[in-house]
Design a protein around this ligand. Structure first.
Ligand code: XIL
Length: 335
C-alpha cells in the first residue's frame, strides 16, 4: 500500500473528497487528508451565516484558509453552499422590523452569490447552489422555508443564474438528503426536470448520502443514479457517512447504561454496506463526478451531536486514531 490513498485507488473513477473545518488542517489529520483525498469541502465555513454574518460584512478567514490548504496541496475544491434554510443569518429575511420584500431578498441573494462565487472564480470546480429545498412531507413539493415563503420557486432559478454569472466555469449542483428514497426521489426529479426544461444552468445533483446500515438498498441507489442521470445531470455523493444507528427512526438519546460501543458486528455490517455502495459507485463512474466523506475520521463527526447529543457514532472509514477500519479495506479492495 505504502503511499497510496483513496484518491489513488479511485484515480480512474472519480475524485474522493472530505469535508473539513480549520481544526482538521493541522497535525495528524492534515497528513491523512493529503494522503487520502483529492477534493475538499468546507463543513461549515462557506455557508451563508459564517461568511456574511452582517449585511455587507464578509468574514473570509476560515474559508480562505481551507482554500489555501487545498491549493497548496493540489486538492480540488467544491463549494458548499449558497442558499439553504439553515445557517442563514437572520438579517437576510428582515427589513427593519418587517419581513423583507421579494425584490430585496433576491438582491441580497445576488450580492451574496456574486461576492462569494466571484472571490473563488476559476478555483472551485463545483458549487452546491441550493441545498435541501424539497420538503420532507410527501404532500408538499418545496419546503416552506423563508426563501420559499418570500420568493416562491424563483429563489432556486435565480440562485443558479447568479452563480453561473459569477463563475461560468464552475459546475452547479442541487444538493439534498434522502434523495435515493423512491418517494422523495421523484419529487426531487420533478424539480430538476423543471429546472432543465426552463434552461436553468444546472449541471448536476448532489446526493448527501447520510446513510445507515439499512438504507439505502442497492436497488434504490442504482435507480436513483439512473433516474437523475437520465436528465443529463452529473451525480456527486456530497456528504457520505454511514451511521451505525437506525437513521430516520432512532432519534433517542443514549439511555443510561445503554451501549454506544462500535462492536465487531456493527463494524462488519458497516464494512459490507460501504463495500456495496462503492461497488455501485464504480459501476456508474461515467456519471459520478465526486464522492465526498462528511469529515475525516470517527474522532469527530457531526453525527456525535445529531440527531441527538451525547451518542457516539462511528460513521467514517478511519477510527479515532486515524487507522483504517474494515470499511476502508473493503472500499479499496477491488479489481
Ligand atoms: C452540518 C455540519 O456537519 C455541522 O457541523 C453543523 O453544525 C450543521 O451542519 N446537510 C448539509 C450539511 O448540507 O451542511 C450539514 O452539515 C449536514 C446536513
Amino acid at each position: 500500500l505504502g503511499n497510496q490513498g483513496l484518491k489513488d485507488f479511485y484515480s480512474n473513477y472519480f475524485p474522493v473528497g472530505v469535508a473539513v473545518g480549520l481544526r482538521n488542517l493541522r497535525g495528524d489529520e492534515s497528513v491523512l487528508i493529503k494522503k487520502q483525498f483529492n477534493s475538499l469541502t468546507a463543513e461549515n465555513a462557506m455557508k451563508m451565516a459564517p461568511l456574511q454574518p452582517k449585511e455587507g460584512e464578509f468574514y473570509w478567514k476560515a474559508a480562505d484558509s481551507i482554500v489555501n490548504f487545498a491549493i497548496k496541496n493540489g486538492i480540488k475544491i467544491r463549494g458548499h453552499n449558497l442558499c439553504w434554510h439553515q445557517q442563514t443569518p437572520d438579517w437576510m429575511f428582515k427589513d427593519g422590523d418587517k419581513q423583507v420584500s421579494k425584490e430585496t431578498l433576491l438582491k441580497r441573494l445576488k450580492t451574496h452569490i456574486n461576492t462569494v462565487v466571484g472571490r473563488y472564480k476559476g478555483i472551485f470546480y463545483a458549487w452546491d447552489v441550493v441545498n435541501e429545498a424539497i420538503d420532507d412531507n410527501p404532500a408538499n413539493s418545496l419546503r416552506n422555508s423563508k426563501w420559499f415563503e418570500i420568493c416562491g420557486e424563483d429563489f432556486i432559478t435565480k440562485a443558479f443564474e447568479y452563480a453561473h454569472e459569477a463563475d461560468p466555469g464552475a459546475k452547479l449542483y442541487y444538493n439534498d438528503y434522502n434523495s435515493e428514497l423512491p418517494e422523495k426521489r421523484e419529487r426531487i426529479y420533478k424539480l430538476l426536470k423543471s429546472l432543465k426544461d426552463k434552461g436553468v444552468p444546472i449541471d448536476g445533483v448532489g446526493l448527501q448520502a447520510h446513510w445507515s446500515l439499512k438504507s439505502p438498498t442497492e436497488a434504490d441507489l442504482r435507480t436513483a443514479i439512473e433516474r437523475y442521470s437520465a436528465l443529463g445531470l452529473k451525480i456527486q455523493f456530497t456528504e457520505l457517512d454511514i451511521s451505525i444507528y437506525p437513521w430516520e427512526k432512532d432519534r433517542r438519546a443514549k439511555r443510561p447504561g445503554e451501549s454506544d460501543q462500535f462492536t465487531a458486528d456493527l463494524e462488519a455490517r458497516q464494512a459490507a454496506k460501504y463495500a456495496m455502495v462503492f461497488n455501485v459507485f464504480r459501476a456508474y463512474k461515467d456519471v459520478i463526478t465526486n464522492v465526498t466523506f462528511w469529515n475525516v475520521s470517527d474522532r469527530h463527526s457531526w453525527l456525535d451531536e445529531y440527531p441527538v447529543m451525547g451518542r457516539k457514532n462511528y460513521p467514517l472509514l478511519f477510527d479515532a486514531n486515524l487507522q483504517p477500519k474494515k470499511a476502508y479495506w473493503e472500499v479499496i479492495n477491488f479489481k
